[in-house]
Design a protein around this ligand. Structure first.
Ligand code: GN1
Ligand code: MG
Length: 356
């Protein structure tokens, strides 16, 4: 890696240190220190992103739009190579790129208070709202059918037929529960033909570590734009519900720690709607809780499908990790379903009383 950095960016190897950074599952990320300056250096996983230059072109187009229309928006810059490229291909290291590290900014891997959830939701809402005049058809589809729940369900069914039989046989209970919730897919099929649902510029990976905060814990902007594509708002709201509501993540093995924190729900609702109130149709707003079901269910499907397929997508650091992740998400889904009515009431109450 250091060789590429020296050849392509002109940073002498002896002046650089690289330290693994963050907890992404797909790309590899490092903090690069060079003569007192910090950068983010990444290797793009091209088993997942088959055309990394599409990502670079999308980010470039978004940057131009923000520069012209929202010059005050903090858009995290890609550092260009010596020959002015935003992405580098190396025969053995693959596709790499570098970003500036915004001085004074910080990220959180977990949420310690609901105010951070409000700020995160506000930033993702603001991102989509600011891009409402951006021609969404100009974006490359960096991952085809990424949040297509119907396809994810089909992939699960295919894995049930063709996957690792020992693993499948030991998961009867999880499979039965997943099949019992198939109506979540049917509802998504209806959304796809509902003209009140719009495809907007959607981030598709709204975990809290993808928000930059300032020293006072105010949100600055969103990062990790690899999966920015046309999409439905339920992807972004849903992934926030999936990853902010519980005090523990999808990696937690002690499922008794999984929880739905209603104050965090309220914070996501208020943060997102504060920006998106005039963008979303009334019908879209009524799918706020559904968004959580949609994303949690899809993530459970993706993890269990990968488990049946011998962990070929997410990999696994210990035997059964993807099954733990899938079961964790199924517990989260059950808890969400048990609170569904209370959360629907919160949405209705907030929408009626805040005048949006
Ligand atoms: C992957 O790489 P990371 O952690 O940002 C995945 C998301 C999942 C997430 C689950 C391209 O994101 O869709 O929600 O893992 N990204 C891709 O932790 O598959
Ligand atoms: Mg990501």
């Amino acid at each position: 890696m250091l060789g590429i950095i020296e050849n392509k960016y002109g940073f002498l190897t002896s002046d650089c240190t690289l330290t693994p950074f963050g907890n992404g599952l797909i790309n590899q990320t490092w903090l690069l220190m060079h003569k007192g300056d910090s950068y983010i250096f990444q290797r793009i996983n091209d088993n997942v992103f088959h055309n990394p230059s599409d990502i670079a072109e999308n980010i470039h187009a978004l940057k131009e739009f923000f520069n012209t229309n929202f010059p005050d928006y903090l858009f995290v810059k890609t550092i260009q190579t010596l020959d002015k490229k935003e992405i580098v291909f190396h025969p053995s290291e693959g596709y790499c790129r570098m970003f500036e590290f915004v001085i004074g900014s910080k990220t959180f891997n977990t949420l310690q208070n609901s105010q951070l959830a409000f700020e995160g939701a506000k930033q993702f809402g603001r991102f989509t709202k600011n891009l409402s005049k951006f021609d969404v058809s100009k974006l490359h589809i960096t991952l085809v059918d990424f949040h297509n729940l119907s396809l994810r369900y089909q992939q699960f069914e295919t894995a049930l037929n063709k996957g690792n039989a020992n693993r499948i046989n030991a998961c009867a209970e999880a499979i039965e529960f997943i099949e019992s919730q198939k109506s979540i897919v049917d509802e998504f099929d209806q959304i796809k033909t509902n003209s009140n649902f719009k495809k907007r510029v959607t981030h598709h990976d709204t975990k809290i570590s993808n928000v930059l905060f300032d020293a006072n814990n105010k949100g600055l902007c969103v990062i990790d734009l690899d999966t920015v594509m046309p999409g439905y708002f339920i992807s972004d709201v849903g992934d926030m519900l999936r990853t902010y509501l519980s005090p523990v993540s999808e990696e937690e093995v002690d499922f008794s720690k999984i929880e739905i924190r209603e104050d965090y729900f309220q914070a996501i609702l208020e943060g997102y709607i504060s920006e998106m109130k005039d963008e979303l149709s009334d019908e879209e707003k009524s799918y706020f809780v559904y968004a959580g079901k949609f994303m949690i269910y899809m993530q459970a499907l993706r993890f269990i499908t990968d488990y049946f397929n011998n962990d070929s997508y997410y990999g696994s650091k210990y035997e059964g990790q993807n099954l733990v992740r899938a079961n964790n998400q199924l517990v989260l889904l059950k808890l969400l379903l048990s609170k569904e009515q209370a959360l629907e009431l919160r949405v209705n109450h907030y929408l009626e009383n805040s005048g949006v």
